[in-house]
Design a protein around this ligand. Sequence first.
Ligand code: B12
Length: 306
Amino acid sequence: MKLSSRQAAVLLHTHESSVKRWCNAGALPCSFTNGGHRRIQLDDLLLFADSQEVDCELLRLGGDAEMALKSVFRLRRGVLSNDVVTLLKDWLLESQSRKVLALIIVARSFGISLSVIFDKMIGDLMRHIGESWAAGSFGIGEEHRVSECILDVLYHLQSEVEPSDDRMRPTAILGTGPDDDHVTGALMVRTLLTEIGWNVVFLGRKVPVEDFVLFQQKYKASLVCISLAADRSLADVSSFITSVRSLSGNDGFQIAFGGSGARSLLRAPTTAPDHSGVFFFESATEFGSWADTTLNHLLTPYHEVN
Ligand code: B12
């Protein structure tokens, strides 16, 4: 697999001019296209990074580096191919969450957003795991093993986006709904909101309605985010919303639902009074762009004052 000098620079966390200099000095072998552009073999780049002790995440992937890098390029077009799903599954079953993390770091350095990584890489992988389990080709222990490793990856990503300053930030309360153990989507939302400048109070799994309210009031939160994976009827979700609104005195915060269990909200009449200020998101990407646009004004005063 051949790389341009720009791609090589991204992988080696350096400037393109350094790559060109190394090529010119013969330290990093390259060929030239007819148009005079440098092309570097992936194997040569990995050998160079290893021998010069240049930081390069692909080195952590051993013999899987090429397939992983190709998958990153495809992910830019929103595609996660089956061979990569298999690769990710194998890594996770061998508790190699560090490899998944390395792949995510490479994807991010090529400009792929966390939302796309969450929806298309981790989301598609987990849905595939669910299908394999339903088809009987994946055991319960294997499903749990993979889920736990994904949690390791998400906790690690969270620690990377955690702010290092004490700046004031608007607060969001986040958790999974009552009786819901599926926490992966909620952890993704936590990282997305933290990355764009929110203070997220994460309540974890199976959170009772009253506790969402208690924390919304304690922190005067502008946003309450609830993840529901298991199917809920519209009546169920609506009564949840009514309880949150009435217990909190309806004091102007927004409610964001996500997860396949809240999909019934798509059928809700937009005119229902309790449903104003309530939003439903099918994906991290949808949520990310909503947060960036609609919620951006909530961040502005904090950024200006501090
Ligand atoms: C892993 C898994 C588990 C793990 C969860 C571990 C964990 N750490 O979370 C365990 C083993 C605990 C589990 C248990 C159960 N599970 Co389960 N599980 C799954 C599986 C395979 C993957 C879930 C997942 O991680 N998805 C990946 C995430 C990223 O997707 P997501 O949650 O949809 O989130 C995305 C978006 O929806 C959005 N999003 C999510 N939340 C939010 C929140 C906000 C605010 C926003 C803005 C966006 C957002 O962003 C995410 C990014 O793409 C699914 C299969 C599937 N098709 O999803 C079944 C699945 C969800 N489980 C299911 C079931 C039935 C159960 C059990 C009842 C099984 C049982 N008999 O015990 C229990 C229920 C436990 C409980 N009390 O909740 C069903 C639900 C069926 C239904 N329609 O109701 C599914 C769909 C499997 C199936 N087809 O039957 N499960």
